[in-house]
Design a binder for this molecule. Structure first.
Ligand code: NA7
Length: 559
């Protein structure tokens, strides 16, 4: 079975989220002996790990799911933006209809992997000392890495800190272990619920996680302070219940929907407007913006005028409408200026805007307060709470650190991958990440990755980009199998060209103006460089497809 030591397989899939499930299913169907390793105790990837208060996806269903008919024909969602519990339920359903778990080794953390060019095989080791040999290594570990620690009763943030393997993105604040209250990082939230009723709570960070936790805690906490470094330019999701009837009725269109989502920039079923911002009159623009706003979701981001991510003047118009709409929801003028300032903190949409359903309304409660970190920083933690650099002290019973992940590259650098020249991926990517096509890495033959750096990750709907990349990977592997290829290895030259392409596409946009998840994340030690393919999912799919017939850019070694 999958837990065997000295395992020998054709393909090893690492990671059991959307990408892993899709890859496992596709490769097994192609006749390869395939096994999956998953660090956690169950399927679901990010939705197994993330259980912080209010955790939910901000991509909409039905688009946010796999297109495999067995999975959607027999499944209906309770609402259009499922929470983590519903997503776990969905993964259990996928297992039921596709039979994944029986071929998955859980709690299998990959710590080392080398490729032997003689054998044409990867040797993979797990933390508990098992080894596996595989011809193809397919990494589906996601873009938000953390070293996984086993959850135990004594599990706490300070235990995580003392674990040198843990790469939590917690800024180096002194005194966290002195704090007498409860403190957790959003991505290592304990399974059991923490009751905030009547408690003084603090949240650090206003990314997608911070926004969702604010919505969950605002109504319950005695007092909630949200420490904001940069306002989140979040847009309304328009959360609503979905009935089984309406979904059953819509299912006859799903094949078309799944086809269409791959032909759009963002992997959803809408695309940028074909007009530029100033082609429309002010009145037409207002009407157009109102429509995007009312329809909700990422439409205001990825269905807006085609030029606004490229042109600063157009972008300002998009920002101003955003500010007007959100400011109108916030009663207190001081809070309004912190949360939705008249002057943009950065161009709109170049940092990932997240989706909210009641974020700004939380601040209309007397007990909820934004604390701007403009001109000051968090200096340290102490017994009773947090001290800022201006000397102010903020006392809490419960603190949530929602400062994010080791984004985009972290999923791959955390598992001990070594090139055929003996270098570690972690050290090679320290300064700058290199891939070919956002799915392979030069020096790492027969290794493929999904949802990692230099692909359409994070600029497009997860399951859609998983399938575009995953189908391509499966087709390359099938080609290698039918043509007697021992291994393929992208050339250094091809990989340098891809990097140029990534930078070229990025520099056309306003993205390089701002530090963001796309540009290396908030970790000051990480390179400030574009890690995503900024040309959109449809263009990306076409680019990688064009390479397939003759495996352009790869060195090919036959059996
Ligand atoms: P994000 O989106 O990386 O957000 C992290 C937040 O934490 C963000 O508001 C940061 O402010 C803030 N941050 C980071 N370091 C600090 C320090 N030192 N002091 C104060 N505030 C800080 O992480 P999430 O977990 O919310 O979401 C991750 C993504 O995963 C999400 O977009 C989804 O796509 C899934 P900043 O903006 O850098 O000024």
């Amino acid at each position: 079975g999958p837990y065997a030591d000295n395992l020998e397989v054709d393909a090893l899939v690492v990671g059991g989220g959307f990408a892993g499930v899709f890859m496992f299913y596709t490769l097994r169907k192609a006749g390869l002996k395939t096994v999956m390793y998953e660090a956690g105790t169950d399927l679901g990837g990010t939705w197994r790990w993330n259980c912080y208060p209010g955790a939910m996806v901000d991509s909409e269903v039905p688009e946010y799911q796999l297109s495999i008919p067995e999975t959607w024909k027999t499944y209906n969602w309770p609402n259009n933006y499922p929470g983590y519990k519903e997503l776990r339920d969905y993964f259990d359903h996928c297992d039921k209809v596709l039979d994944i778990k029986s071929q998955t080794a859980f709690e299998s953390v990959v710590t080392d992997a080398h490729f032997n060019t003689e054998e044409g095989r990867w040797s993979v080791k797990t933390a508990d000392g098992r080894t596996a040999k595989t011809k193809y290594l397919v990494i589906c570990a996601g873009f938000a890495a953390k070293r996984y620690v086993r959850r135990t009763d004594q599990w706490s943030l300070s235990a995580l800190f003392s674990d040198s393997l843990t790469s939590l993105k917690v800024p180096p604040w002194d005194g966290i272990d002195k704090f007498k209250g409860i403190v957790h990082h959003s991505s290592f939230w304990p399974d059991e619920e923490i009751d905030v009723t009547g408690k003084r709570c603090g949240i650090i960070g206003t990314g997608a996680s911070g926004v969702q936790i604010t919505q969950a805690w605002g109504p319950k906490a005695a007092h909630l302070k949200v420490f904001q470094r940069t306002p989140n330019l979040t847009v309304p999701m328009r959360l609503r219940k979905l009935s089984a009837e309406e979904q059953e009725e819509a299912k006859r269109w799903y094949p078309e929907l799944f086809d269409l989502r791959e032909r759009c920039f963002g992997g959803f079923v809408y695309d940028f407007c074909e007009r530029s911002t100033f082609e429309d009159s002010e009145e037409e623009r207002e009407k157009f913006f109102e429509k995007l706003w009312a329809d909700g979701g990422f439409r205001y981001w990825l269905g807006n005028y085609k030029d606004y991510l490229f042109d600063a003047k157009a972008n300002r118009v998009v920002y101003d409408f955003w500010a007007k709409k959100q400011r109108a929801r916030i009663n207190d003028p001081a809070k309004r200026d912190i949360l939705a300032p008249l002057e943009p903190p950065h161009p709109w949409g170049v940092k990932r805007p997240c989706l909210e359903h009641s974020y700004f309304e939380q601040y209309n409660r007397d007990n909820v307060e934004p604390v701007s970190l403009k001109g000051r920083t968090i200096e340290c933690f102490n017994e009773t709470g947090i001290k800022l650099s201006d000397g102010s002290q903020h006392d809490f019973d419960i603190i949530c650190i929602a400062t994010g992940f080791d984004v985009v590259t972290g999923g791959m650098t955390a598992m001990g991958l070594h090139s055929i020249n003996g270098e570690s991926l972690e050290s090679q990517w320290k300064k700058s990440a290199h891939t070919y096509l956002g799915t392979t890495v030069s020096g790492y033959p027969n290794q493929f990755h999904i949802y990692g750096p230099q692909g359409p990750t994070l600029l497009s709907n997860g399951p859609t980009s998983v399938e575009v990349q995953g189908r391509w990977i499966a087709d390359v592997i099938k080609k290698c199998e039918t043509e007697g290829i021992k291994y393929i290895n992208p050339t250094d030259e091809a990989s340098k060209e891809w990097k140029k392409r990534i930078n070229y596409l990025s520099e056309l946009t306003l993205m390089p103006t701002t530090k963001s998840t796309y540009m290396g994340g908030s970790d000051p030690n990480k390179a400030f460089e574009q890690t995503c393919y900024a040309g959109g999912l449809y263009a990306y799919g076409r680019e990688i497809r064009a390479v397939l017939p003759d495996l352009k850019g790869f060195d090919i070694v036959k059996n």
